[in-house]
Design a protein around this ligand. Sequence first.
Ligand code: UDP
Length: 456
Amino acid sequence: MTEHNGRPWAVGEPDPAPEEKGSAGRAEAGSGDGPDGVGPARVAVISLHTSPLDQPGIGDSGGMNVYVLSVAERLAKQGIAVDIYTRCHGENAPQVEQLGTGTRLMHVQAGPCAPVPKERLPGILPRFLDGVLELATADEGHRHSPYDVVHSHYWLSGWVGARAKEIWGVPHVASFHTLGKVKNSALPEGDDPEPPERLAGERRVIVGADRILAPTPSEASLLIDLYGADPGRIRIVPPGVDRSVFHPRRKEEAKARLHTANTRLLLFVGRLQPFKGPDVAIRAVAEAAARAPDVMRDVVLAVVGGSTGRDADHDEVTRLMELASALGMADRVVFYPPQPHGRLAEFYSAADAVLVPSRSESFGLVALEAQSCGAPVIGAAAGGLRYVIRDGESGFLVDGHDPAQYSDRIIRLLSDPDLAARLSAGAIRHAAIFSWDATAADIRSVYREVLHRPEP
Ligand code: UDP
C-alpha cells in the first residue's frame, strides 16, 4: 500500500508513459486554463439517471448522489466551473439551476420529466445526449469546446460521456460507482441479474475512457480482471466524508433527540434492497437477543432508508417489517424514512454500532460517515468495506452474511464497554484519513493528467 494524503493506498499516480490515443492529446481545444493555469477551467459532469439533489437512501439515489455533489462543490471552491447534467424530473424545475458559486445543475429533457424505470433509460440516451449538447452550446463565449473535461458517473452516463468526448474533442473520465459484473457475482437469492446490455455498455465505456476512477485497489483489479481495463488508465481515488457534518455528538443527547433515550441503538442506513442486507441485520439482532437476552435487553435496531423498487407489490419496507414480526422483533426494530443527509450524523452519533452487511459495496459511504461520528461498524468483508473498516480497530469485518456471525460481534461489542470505547476512538481515527477535499484534489490531478498539464 502507498500513502497519499494520509490515505492508505495509491491515488492518482501519473501514468509513467502515457501513450495517449483519442481526445486527450487534443485537450488544448478546451475553453482555457483553470485558476492556477494548469487545471481545467470547466468540467461537464454527467449524472443522467439520478440528480445530486435527489434524496439519498431511496430509489436509485445513494452514495453516487452524495459523491457528485460533494466533489463538485470542492472543485468549484478551487475555481473550476462544474456543470452537472441530469435528466429532468419535476415539471417546474428550471433548465439551469445555480447550486452554488461555480456549480450548476443542468436539467435535460429526455423522456418525461418524471421517474423512468432504469431498464428504459438506455432507450433515451441519444435524446439525452442531444439535450446536453444543446444546453452546452447555448452558453456563449467558449472558443472551441464548451468544456475541458467530461466526467461521467455510472455506465449510462458513460455512454453520453464517450460521445461528448468525440464531439467536443475533450478527455473523458469515467466513474462507475457500481459494476454490473461485480453485482452479478454477489447476487442475493431471487434478485434479477444485471442485463447483458449493461455489461457490454460498461465494457465499451471502459475501453474508450481516458481515465477510469476506482475507489479502491480491489475495484481497480476487478476492472482489469472482469472487463479487461487498461491498468495504465485506472486511477484510484477514494471517496471522502464531510467532517464538519459527520463528527461525534454526545451520545445520550443524540439519542434523546431521536426519542430513543434509555435504549442502546444499533443502526442500519441505506437503500432497502436485498443487496444491502437489511434482512441480515434484522436476523442478526434477533439471534443476538435470543443468545444473550441480558446483554440485548435494552437494544433497539433502527433501520433508516426506503425501498429501491417502484413495484408496490415488492415493497422492501413491508417485507422487512414482516420479517421483524415473524422473528418476534416488531417492537425492537424501528423503521425511519430516508433522512436528510446531514441529519444522519445524529443517528450515527446515537448508535452503539452500525451494521453494514452488504453483499457487495463499491466503497460504503455509510460505513465511513458512521465511523466519522464515532460509531464502530460491523460490516461484511466485501468490496470497499474491506478498506473502509479496520477489523478489530474501527469495528469488525465479517466474512459472508450469516446472521450468527454478525450476532457474535454485536454481543461482543455490547457486552464490553472498553472494547466499544476503543473501537469508537479507532473509528474516528480511521475516518479522519478521508475527506472530500482530498478526493477533489485527486480528481483535479487526474484532470490535469489527461490534459497533459503537470502539477505546478
Ligand atoms: N443517505 C442519506 N439519507 C438516508 C440514507 C442514506 O443521506 O436516509 C446517504 C448516506 O449518508 C450515504 C449514501 O446515502 O452518503 C449511501 O451511500 P453508500 O455508499 O453507503 O451506499 P450506495 O447508496 O452508494 O449503495
